[in-house]
Design a protein around this ligand. Structure first.
Ligand SMILES: Cc1cc2nc3c(=O)[nH]c(=O)nc-3n(C[C@H](O)[C@H](O)[C@H](O)COP(=O)(O)OP(=O)(O)OC[C@H]3O[C@@H](n4cnc5c(N)ncnc54)[C@H](O)[C@@H]3O)c2cc1C
Length: 390
């Protein structure tokens, strides 16, 4: 059975999908359980991903990357690698939001200075630091301050849960810029991860995503030169929103990847496992929820690829990205939970990968804008419209 006809993809896209699947099957999956149990970031996988060009795939060729930066390409790769392990994917791809922000808002000089180093002498990673202890959903409430001084800004504040914090070669920080008492607005700043003024907390003890590093960043008198303000001063909110819109398509694709892994496993188990003299797959109590799950997965892919195609055509895609993220992430939580149910007690223990997929999927409705925030965005788009809903 094939989810969403692959005929919707052109030859290059199909080849990319297959290549990413091969990498996930051969390089990521074999150590996924051990990485999770030991909370280990697999350096060998990171190196292989760098060598294969996966870490910098989305960076244009002129800056040294793979030049496959379309939203569709990103979604195809994300889904396959997350089928392999979403925790490892997070470790490998924490850089993607940094790349997206530079491509969306940076100028040519900034892209050259900040993106090219990620492509050579790697593997290097980057981080995108927006969320603060005081709140992540309310981006406008950011408290990290950037005070204007001669030649640049001095930043002070704190970030939390930042993927790759402490490992990243470069960090993009969203802060509220001030000139004296005048508020200039949210602004994005690029800094090297080892800059004086940046220090890092302990890794968060996360429920899932255990191959990933998520930690606090403490920002104490970090000086950033004017040239490293990404986009115009005061445009950081719009820049962050554009970056989130793109990354929500990626999160949707990741959600499909982990849900697909769990559904395949549950299907095979249901065909094997016997109860009352027959495979449990023969009971509609088992097969109907799986039928629902594959239908939701199919719909998730349609929503995700549609949002990605809209982004690649240069059309407005923010609402579509929110719909894809909302639906696919909730599908991932429901599907991994259902897969656990199909395995009964065996689904709850570490002998099978289903409990890991369940823990991993749970974050998807929270990160990069919770389900509630997606509903705020989608509801606003609907209620602000007055034209027929063609
Ligand atoms: C493993 C992990 C990795 C992460 N990686 C990064 C990263 O790399 N960079 C980064 O910047 N952040 C990162 N985050 C942070 C993540 O994006 C935030 O946790 C998320 O946006 C939610 O913010 P919050 O945790 O502060 O929740 P809050 O904003 O405090 O929300 C709490 C609850 O209130 C609800 N709520 C808030 N406002 C509304 C509203 N208007 N209407 C309805 N409900 C509302 C929320 O939906 C949620 O249920 C990561 C988080 C985790 C756990």
């Amino acid at each position: 059975m094939e989810l969403v006809s692959r005929s919707q993809l052109d030859d290059v896209e199909r080849e990319l999908q297959q290549w990413a699947h091969g990498f996930a099957a051969e390089v990521i999956r074999p150590s996924a359980a051990a990485n999770d149990q030991q909370r280990r970031q697999p350096l060998d996988v990171l190196q292989s991903a760098f060598d294969a060009g996966l870490l910098t795939l989305g960076i244009p060729a002129e800056y040294g990357g793979g030049g496959a930066g379309s939203a569709v390409a990103q979604a195809l790769v994300a889904e396959e690698l997350c089928w392999g392990c979403i925790g490892v994917y997070s470790y490998l791809s924490g850089t993607n939001m940094f790349i997206a922000a530079l491509l969306e808002c940076g100028n040519d000089d900034q892209r050259r200075r900040w993106l090219s180093p990620l492509c050579i002498d790697g593997p290097h990673m980057a981080a995108f630091a927006c969320t603060e202890p005081g709140g992540g959903s309310d981006v406008s409430g950011i408290r990290t301050r950037a005070r204007k001084v001669d030649g640049g800004f001095v930043l002070n504040g704190q970030k939390i849960f930042i993927t790759n914090a402490g490992l990243a070669h470069s960090v993009l920080i969203v802060a509220d810029a001030m000139d004296g008492d005048e508020r200039l607005g949210l602004t994005m700043f690029a800094a090297r991860g080892d800059s004086p003024g940046l220090s890092y907390g302990l890794r968060a003890r996360t429920m899932g995503w255990r191959a990933s590093t998520n930690a606090e960043i403490f920002i104490d008198d970090l000086f950033v030169v004017d040239d490293d303000v990404i986009g115009e001063v005061g445009t950081g909110f719009a820049g962050a929103v554009r970056t989130f819109e793109l990354s929500r398509i990626e999160v949707a694709a990741c959600s499909i990847g982990v849900a697909r892994a769990a559904l395949e496993y549950a299907r095979d188990y249901a065909n094997e496992r016997q109860a009352f003299g027959r495979p449990i797959a023969r009971f509609q109590g088992v097969s109907f929820p799986l039928a629902d799950a594959v239908t939701r997965l199919h719909a998730s892919r349609l929503l995700t690829w549609d949002a990605a195609r809209a982004a690649d055509r240069g059309e407005p895609f923010g609402t579509k990205a929110s719909m894809a993220k909302l639906f696919a992430s909730e599908t991932a939580v429901a599907t991994t939970s259902q897969a656990m149910q199909v395995l009964g007690g065996h689904g709850y223990v570490e002998d099978h990968p289903v409990e890991k997929w369940f823990r991993d999927a749970r974050l998807e409705t929270i990160e990069e804008g919770t389900s509630e925030i997606q509903r705020v965005i989608i509801g606003r788009a609907l209620l602000d419209s007055t034209t027929p809903l063609f």
